[in-house]
Design a protein around this ligand. Structure first.
Ligand code: ADP
Ligand code: MG
Length: 453
C-alpha cells in the first residue's frame, strides 16, 4: 500500500466516530494513481454512493494533509461485486439514493442490530402486549400508524429488545429502507465529534436521510442543550418526510427532568406504549421459553414458578435470565436434573430475607403481590372487598405460619385491634372449609411463602 494512503486512513480514523470508521472506511482500499486521479475501491455501489455523499470532504481534507493535493478521488466498485450487482432502478438514480442489492444494503443496517432480538422471541403478557402490538404495527407499515412510537418502562423489561426487533422486522419486510439503531449516548458522542471536527453537515445529512430512526434510552438527552436542539431538527426533518421514529425511555415523557417542552410534546404526538412489570404467570412463561430457546432445556412449572416467586417486587427479566443461567450451570456441572431442590440451592443468593421466610413482612409482601396490591393497602383501613379479603388472608397466614400473637399481627397491619385479627382468621378458616377453589388459592400462596425458605 502506498505510504500516503496509510497516513490518510489514520487521519480519517481520528476524525470520524469509531463505528463510522469501522462501517465505511475499513473496507476502503487504495487501488492506484492514474492521470491525477486516486482510485479507491469500495465493496459495492451502496458504499460508493454513501461515501461519496457523506465523506468526500473528509477524504479530500486528509489527502491534502498528506501532501496529495491536486488529485481527485475516484471510487470504483470491486469486480466480484460488480458481477453480482442488480440493475439499477431509475428512481434511485434520480434521487441519488443507494441502489445496492437489498442484501448488501440491508446488512449494513443489520450490523447495528442484535439479530436475536425478534418480535417472535418476545413473550407476550398483560404487562407488555400493548407495546408488542404497537411494534408489530410499525413493522408492518412503518411511518403509517404510530409516529413517533414512544416505548417506556423500567430496567430490564424489554425496551431494547423491542427496538431491535422493530429494526429487524422492518428490514425483513422492506429491505431497501435505511434503518438506523442508535443509543442516545452514541447520538450525543457522534454529535460532539461532529461539532469538534466541523462535520455537522455530514451528521445532519446522515440522520435526516434515514427512513427509520430507532433511538434507545432517549432520556439521556435531557439536560443537554445542544443535543436537544439537534435532535429537535432531526426529528422535524424525519417527521415531515414521513419517516418512522421510535424512541425508548425508562420514564414517561413528563417525568424526564430537563427535557425541553418542544421535544416532550413531539414525543407525545404519536403513540405512547408502556411496559409494566410482569406478573408471576408471565414470568413463568418467559422462563420456560428462554430455557427452551436459549438452552434447549425444559424446566418444570414448579421450578419456573419458584424462580418467579423469589424475584423482588420489581422483577427484571435480565435478572430472571441470570437466575436461569445460574441454575443451568449448576445442573450441568453437577450432572443433576433440574429439580425444585436444586433450584432452591442454586439460587440461594437471589432469595430475599432468606433467614425469615416466615416473617410477617414476607407474608404481607407475598400476599400483596399475589393480589396485585401494595403492602400499604394491606395495612390501610380500606374496606373494599378487593382489599379487605386479601388483608384477612394475610392475617390468617400470619397466624398460621409465623409465630406471632394476635396483637402483634394487628400492630403490623397498621395498628389494628387483636379482635379484628381474630375475626379475620375465623372468617378465612370458614371460607376454606366451604370453597374448594378458595382453599386451593390459599394453599398456593402458602406455598409461595414457604418456598422463600
Ligand atoms: P431494557 O432495554 O428495557 O432494559 P432489555 O430489552 O435489555 O431491557 O431486556 C433485558 C433482557 O430481557 C433481554 O435479554 C431481553 O431479551 C429479555 N426480555 C425482556 N422482556 C422479554 C419478553 N417479554 N420476552 C422475552 N425476553 C424478554
Ligand atoms: Mg435497554
Amino acid at each position: 500500500m502506498e505510504a500516503f494512503w496509510e497516513e490518510v486512513i489514520k487521519d480519517i480514523q481520528k476524525k470520524v466516530p469509531e463505528n463510522t470508521f469501522d462501517l465505511w472506511f475499513k473496507s476502503l482500499k487504495f487501488k492506484e494513481i492514474k492521470n491525477g486521479h486516486i482510485y479507491l475501491e469500495v465493496p459495492n455501489k451502496f458504499f460508493r454512493d454513501w461515501i461519496d455523499e457523506n465523506y468526500h470532504d473528509i477524504i479530500m481534507e486528509s489527502l491534502v494533509l498528506s501532501g496529495m493535493n491536486g488529485h481527485s478521488v475516484r471510487l470504483t466498485i470491486s469486480q466480484e461485486q460488480m458481477e453480482e450487482a442488480v440493475p439499477e432502478e431509475p428512481v434511485f438514480v434520480e434521487e441519488r439514493r443507494p441502489a445496492a442489492s437489498p442484501e448488501t444494503a440491508t446488512s449494513v443496517w443489520r450490523q447495528r442490530l442484535k439479530s436475536e432480538y425478534l418480535l417472535d422471541e418476545f413473550v407476550k403478557g398483560p404487562s407488555n402486549e400493548f407495546a408488542k402490538a404497537a411494534c408489530e404495527k410499525v413493522v408492518e407499515n412503518p411511518a403509517r400508524y404510530y409516529n413517533p412510537l414512544f416505548i417506556y418502562g423500567g430496567v430490564g423489561l424489554g425496551k431494547t429488545h423491542l427496538l431491535n426487533a422493530i429494526g429487524n422486522g422492518i428490514l425483513d419486510n422492506y429491505p431497501n429502507l435505511k434503518v438506523y439503531y442508535v443509543t442516545s449516548e452514541e447520538f450525543v458522542n457522534e454529535l460532539v465529534r461532529s461539532i469538534r471536527y466541523e462535520k455537522m453537515h455530514e451528521f445532519q445529512k446522515k440522520y435526516r436521510g434515514m427512513d427509520v430512526l430507532l433511538v434507545d434510552d432517549i432520556q439521556f438527552i435531557a439536560g443537554k442543550k445542544q443535543t436537544q436542539e439537534e435532535f429537535f431538527h432531526t426529528f422535524n426533518a424525519l417527521y415531515e418526510n414521513q419517516k418512522q421514529i421510535v424512541l425508548t425511555s425508562d420514564k414517561i415523557t413528563k417525568e424526564i427532568a430537563g427535557l425541553e417542552e418542544r421535544l416532550r410534546s413531539r414525543f407525545e404526538w404519536g403513540l405512547i406504549a408502556d411496559i409494566d412489570y410482569p406478573d408471576i404467570e408471565h414470568m413463568v412463561a418467559i422462563l420456560k421459553t428462554k430455557a427452551e430457546k436459549l438452552h434447549n432445556i425444559e424446566i418444570s412449572d414448579e421450578v419456573a414458578f419458584f424462580m418467579a416467586s423469589i424475584v423482588n417486587d420489581k422483577p427484571n427479566i435480565r435478572e430472571l435470565e441470570g437466575m436461569l443461567t445460574r441454575l443451568i450451570a449448576e445442573s450441568s456441572l453437577g450432572g443433576s436434573e433440574i429439580t425444585l431442590g436444586l433450584a432452591r440451592n442454586a439460587l440461594k443468593n437471589f432469595i430475599r430475607d432468606k433467614d425469615h421466610p416466615e416473617s410477617i413482612e414476607n407474608i404481607q409482601k407475598t400476599v400483596a403481590k399475589y393480589f396485585k396490591l401494595k403492602v400499604s393497602d394491606l395495612k390501610s383501613q380500606k374496606r373494599l372487598k378487593a382489599v379487605a379479603e386479601p388483608r384477612q388472608i394475610a392475617m390468617y397466614l400470619c397466624k398460621k405460619i409465623s409465630k406471632a400473637s394476635y396483637p402483634e399481627i394487628g400492630k403490623k397491619f397498621g395498628g389494628k385491634d387483636h379482635s379484628t385479627v381474630i375475626h379475620a382468621v375465623k372468617k378465612i378458616e370458614r371460607k376454606i372449609n366451604e370453597d374448594k377453589q378458595f382453599k386451593h388459592n390459599i394453599f398456593s400462596i402458602e406455598n409461595q411463602i414457604k418456598m422463600l425458605g
